[in-house]
Ligand binder design. Structure first.
Ligand SMILES: Cc1cc2nc3c(=O)[nH]c(=O)nc-3n(C[C@H](O)[C@H](O)[C@H](O)COP(=O)(O)OP(=O)(O)OC[C@H]3O[C@@H](n4cnc5c(N)ncnc54)[C@H](O)[C@@H]3O)c2cc1C
Length: 383
């Protein structure tokens, strides 16, 4: 059985794991990243990032490469789901204006949209290969006084002065610190990608676009539906999201290739034909992403272990803040480790700074998402 020793081991090579790993690597630490997937995938949906988050990337000179893989967006156009008519255009607000207790009022406003695999490639291509370990699924974590130990499904073990759990919404690292369960939120997002050439005149691919169509069906079977698109890869492509709230959550489908008949069965009777045209012209299979709720972890730290990103605080995606906050976690972890060394004190310092702020964002994201259970109680048309 192979066993390694490092200063820092990061579990999970997603958005937060890669950035904390890259930041520590650039600051001179002996850091290794352990990802369960056999390789970094080349398909995946879009994400948006706000300017304060890009400033964290700039600390390690990732802002320019990020500008090359992302499209800057100033606002959102709202269209009717049935007729496609423009109902409104508004500039993105600040996070404070959305209700988050954000005294510095720094989050959101101008957004940069990008594809997740482009981001992962941007970071992994700048790190030495020997620091990136794919095919390593964490199965157990243990913290001692001066170090922590991780065990992987393949039988390998790793000992490190600090272990950072960035293993996402169904985090195993977190389950060592906190028993809160994960619940499906009753929201499913289907994603695909098409060429911008599919868009007709009057649909410039330079903005976020939202087809507002929340509720359909009768009182017993209320289903919400809307569509959202963002331009990616210099505006040459459109990333398409269809969101279903309540009803059939497609749980029996293969998440990475949802049959088109199942999608079409959920379309409203009258729908802007542009939505169907984009899906019909898809360049990638339709993937499905179930949203999960899990309360913010009570403890983010145990001895030499800390969690970050979705592992500590998964949230609804409607504020577009999940990845942003995992990157801010990464920035703060690097700062705390630089200030207090590879110690429990550093991890506690990180938790004390990040937790109260993130709690406010998670709460706002939940309160501003439609809840199908409430519709059922109040009847169709209720908010
Ligand atoms: C539909 C949708 C839209 C979103 N849009 C936005 C947006 O516009 N802007 C935004 O900021 N956020 C958005 N988010 C949220 C964002 O995707 C997440 O918050 C972000 O990816 C969290 O980063 P993370 O590093 O914590 O976790 P992830 O990026 O999920 O990475 C976790 C990694 O850990 C690995 N892993 C899991 N278990 C193990 C294990 N046992 N051992 C080893 N590795 C493991 C996984 O394979 C994965 O690579 C969206 C989310 C969804 C679902």
């Amino acid at each position: 059985m192979e066993s390694s020793q490092h200063e820092v081991a990061v579990i999970g090579g997603g958005i937060g794991g890669l950035i904390v790993g890259y930041g520590l690597y650039k600051e001179g630490y002996d850091v290794h990243i352990y990802e369960q997937a056999p390789a970094y995938a080349d398909v995946g949906g879009h994400l948006t990032m706000d300017s304060p988050t890009v400033e964290v990337l700039a600390r390690w000179c990732l802002d320019e490469p990020f500008a090359e893989i992302s499209c800057k967006l100033d606002g959102m156009e709202v269209r009717g789901i049935d007729d496609g008519n423009v109902a409104a255009y508004f500039q993105f607000p600040s996070l404070g204006a959305l209700g988050v207790d954000d005294t510095k009022d720094t989050g959101i406003r101008v957004l940069a949209a990008f594809l997740r695999p482009d981001f992962l490639d941007m970071v992994t291509s700048r790190m030495p290969k020997e620091r990136l370990h794919t095919g390593h699924k964490l199965v157990a974590l243990k913290s001692g006084e001066d170090y922590a130990t991780a065990e992987f499904e393949n039988g390998e073990t790793v000992q490190a002065s600090v272990i950072l759990g960035a293993d996402g919404v169904r985090s195993i690292a977190r389950s060592m610190l906190d028993e809160a369960e994960t619940h499906a939120a009753g929201h499913t997002i289907l994603r695909t990608l098409c060429s911008a050439d599919v868009l007709p005149e009057g649909y410039p691919n330079d903005r976020m676009r939202f087809w507002d169509g929340w509720k359909f069906g009768d009182k017993e079977n209320l289903v919400g539906f809307h569509a959202l698109t963002v331009p990616v890869r210099e505006g040459r492509y459109v990333s398409v999201d269809l969101q279903f709230i309540g009803g059939d959550q497609l749980e029996d489908c293969n998440w990475s290739d949802v049959p088109i008949e199942r999608v079409e069965a959920r379309y409203p009777e009258t729908m802007d034909p542009v939505i169907k045209a984009m899906v019909d012209a898809r360049l990638e299979p339709i993937t499905t992403h179930t949203l999960y709720d899990r309360r913010v972890a009570t403890n983010w730290v145990d001895g030499r272990i800390a969690v970050l990103g979705d592992a500590a605080h998964s949230m609804r995606p409607n504020l577009g803040q999940g990845a942003c906050q995992s990157i801010h976690d990464a920035g703060q972890l690097v700062d705390s480790i630089k200030e207090f060394g590879l110690s429990n004190e550093a991890l506690k310092h990180y938790e004390a700074i990040r937790k109260p702020y993130v709690e406010s964002i998670v709460e706002t994201a939940k309160n501003t998402t439609p809840d199908p259970k409430k519709w059922k109680d109040k009847g169709q048309g209720a908010a």
